[in-house]
Design a protein around this ligand. Structure first.
Ligand SMILES: NC(=O)c1ccc[n+]([C@@H]2O[C@H](COP(=O)([O-])OP(=O)(O)OC[C@H]3O[C@@H](n4cnc5c(N)ncnc54)[C@H](OP(=O)(O)O)[C@@H]3O)[C@@H](O)[C@H]2O)c1
Length: 307
């Protein structure tokens, strides 16, 4: 009886170990497949255009430059016309590709007809839902200045735009039986993020939306992917974060991200420290992260008083 029980336990143990070994092997296979030395996905087999929201600065700009370098035409959407014009000039001076820009504010709902008019003419291979906003420092929801407007804007910029653009561009991808929808999420979308409560919730929404779409359209030829960076030195975080060996510049992150696009369902790219951070969120008890955030709130308060 006891020896029967032991052998069941032994088999169960072997299965569990095999399962985790398989997961670890898959994880390292993804890292290799997305490494800086790997081949970039052949985007042009799906079309000639990449559409990037929030593509005039930070991670969006870095990705747009990478697409242009790979020979893709780019359509960039952001608010500031001058920045868009500068970027168009910069890209055209460096690469022989077409560039389209549109100045729109994703916190508004009345912008989508203007976008539809532009995209209906383009054969879009890649849609990057990159635009996102949050408050810069960790802070409790009710302490956010003008919290009602902030909440409205975050929901529109981080989630409404994602749904609207996906629904707008997906039909042309499914009819061509190919395309990639890349949603730029955040590592904190995979956990609970006190003091970035609403931002974290919108990023979790992005993660589950992406996976659900991936399942719903699994036979369509369209690839749905979440790219989840950890902290990256972009203008959004420039006041408190400079790049160092653990924090990539947006240009460097773009180089990692372009290698990841189209190759996995959820990725932090192969940038080592973003993977380490993600792993810590999975492995360490939540309370460690919560306490770190609390410390962040205290530090931010001290810095504000100093200023
Ligand atoms: N940086 C990080 O540490 C980090 C970490 C994890 C995830 N992410 C995610 O990565 C994405 C990009 O972040 P980022 O740090 O690169 O941002 P960023 O440096 O602030 O760049 C934002 C871009 O979006 C545009 N934009 C901002 N608000 C907009 C609006 N309401 N309507 C239209 N365009 C708007 C900006 O141009 P205009 O100002 O001219 O509109 C700019 O082109 C976001 O989804 C963010 O959540 C970032």
């Amino acid at each position: 009886m006891i020896s029967g029980c032991t052998s069941y336990l032994w088999v169960a143990g072997v299965c569990v170990v095999a399962y985790y070994l398989f997961k670890i092997a898959k994880y390292f296979a993804r890292l290799c497949n997305e490494s800086l030395w790997s081949k970039t996905f052949d985007f042009q087999k799906y079309g000639n255009w990449a559409v990037v929201t929030g593509g005039s600065d930070g991670i969006g700009k870095a990705l747009t430059m990478e697409f242009a370098q790979s020979g893709m035409n780019v359509f960039i959407l952001a608010r500031t016309k001058q920045k868009l014009e500068n970027m168009e000039k910069e890209i055209k001076s460096m690469y022989k590709v077409s560039v389209k820009t549109l100045a729109v504010d994703f916190s508004k709902e009345d912008i989508y007809q203007a976008i539809q008019d532009e995209v209906s003419e383009l054969d879009i291979a890649v849609l990057v839902n990159n635009v996102g906003m949050t408050h810069p420092e960790p802070i409790a929801l009710l302490d956010v200045p003008n919290v009602e407007k902030y909440s409205n804007d975050v929901i529109h910029v981080n989630t409404f735009a994602l749904m609207k653009l996906t629904a707008m561009i997906l039909p042309q991808m499914t009819s061509r039986k190919g395309g990639i929808v890349v949603n730029v999420s955040s590592v904190i979308g995979s956990t609970i993020s006190p003091f970035f409560a609403l931002y974290g919730a919108t990023k979790s929404c992005m993660n589950t939306f992406t996976e659900a779409m991936r399942q719903e359209y699994s036979d369509s030829g369209v690839i749905f992917q979440c790219i989840a960076p950890a902290i990256t030195a972009t203008p959004a975080v420039a006041s408190r974060t400079k790049s160092n060996f653990m924090i990539p510049s947006s240009a460097l992150f773009g180089k990692y991200a372009i290698k990841a696009i189209g190759k996995s369902a959820y990725t932090n790219t192969s940038f080592l420290w973003h993977n380490v951070f993600q792993l810590m969120l999975y492995v360490l008890p939540n309370v460690v992260f919560f306490n770190a955030m609390r410390k962040g709130v205290e530090d931010a308060l001290i810095n504000t008083k100093k200023e």
